[in-house]
Design a protein around this ligand. Structure first.
Ligand code: G3P
Ligand code: CA
Length: 291
């Protein structure tokens, strides 16, 4: 069973008392590892999603892992953006009023670099830009943070997996240290995850979804994680996923999303999930303890 740190301390103290009183050594059961809190689109409850400010906010809160969403511009630049249009999170409709529906893939990197990606969230963030993947990677490095990179809507961007792997390589993210400690690539597209695994077999990968238990061994050929929406999880399903070994010979992990309240996080920690992706990663970390 998962024990929060306070419970562990209490258990240890009880063990010491028992030792003193009875001279029979009593040990607290070792606590399961607390799930890793991951900042969803950065610390996106507090700063505009998928911006450098949201990454910085996560760092300020002491959160190491940041999730983002990667897409590609018309001229082939990789950028960090969740929706497949620029409308919700930038001022594109004001800057380019005649370009509806403002699809990411219809704009050049230079055009996107002009947009304000912060004002929609708060005037405090006016002038925040849509980062390129390169800028985001560099900020992760400067902040000593780690990246859970989601390839968003890969079906819209043929070949984006190779582009991402090339960018990661150019920026020094495919060296052994980064690959082992600092990078996971995930997608809702199983084909996309498989392509990443084929192109860069050492990189840790994740499939976003809820495959049936009998299909898990198929996913485990190319994915190290199976990452379902938290409402789809049961203790048995988490166990079933973790009982299968992934492409690197380790048990598959479960990073679940998007969880913003402490009691739900504790319930998921009790199920044994490995990571919790949250807009309020500090609240999750404080509820479950740990990293
Ligand atoms: O990391 C998982 C989560 O981000 C998937 O959903 O729509 O927020 O990208 P979405
Ligand atoms: Ca995402």
């Amino acid at each position: 069973m998962y024990l929060r740190p306070t419970a562990v301390v209490t258990g240890s103290l009880l063990g010491v008392s028992a030792l003193v009183l009875t001279t029979a050594p009593t040990q607290a059961a070792p606590a399961a590892k607390a799930p890793l809190p991951v900042a969803h689109r950065g610390a996106s409850a507090y700063a505009p999603e998928n911006t450098l400010a949201a990454a910085d906010k996560a760092r300020e809160l002491g959160i190491d892992w940041v999730e983002n969403d990667v897409q590609r511009t018309r001229d082939g630049e990789l950028i960090v953006m969740h929706d497949d249009t620029l409308k919700r999170t930038t001022d594109v409709a004001e800057v380019f009023p005649d370009r509806a529906p403002w699809k990411v893939g219809d704009f050049t990197a230079k055009e996107i670099a002009q947009l304000d990606a912060g004002s929609w969230f708060s005037t405090k963030y006016a002038g925040e830009r849509v980062p390129t993947l390169k800028q985001f990677l560099n900020r992760m490095t400067a902040n000593r943070q780690k990246l859970l990179l989601e390839i968003k809507k890969p079906e819209l961007y043929p070949g984006i997996e190779a582009d991402i792997v090339k960018e990661l390589s150019n920026e020094g993210w495919l060296g052994p240290f980064n690959v082992r400690r600092k990078l996971i690539i995930q997608s809702f597209g199983a084909d996309s995850v498989k392509k990443v695994h084929d192109l860069a077999p050492t990189v840790k990968t994740g499939f976003l979804g809820t495959p049936s238990v009998d299909k898990l061994p198929d996913y485990a050929k190319f994915s190290d994680q199976v990452n379902p929406r938290y409402t789809d999880l049961t203790p048995d399903y988490v166990k079933a996923i973790q009982s299968v070994k992934g492409p690197h010979g380790k048990p598959l992990e479960v990073f679940t999303w998007t969880v913003d309240d402490g009691p739900t996080a504790v319930r998921l920690a009790d199920m044994g999930v490995d990571g919790i992706i949250s807009n309020k990663p500090d609240a999750i970390r404080d509820a479950i303890g740990g990293r």
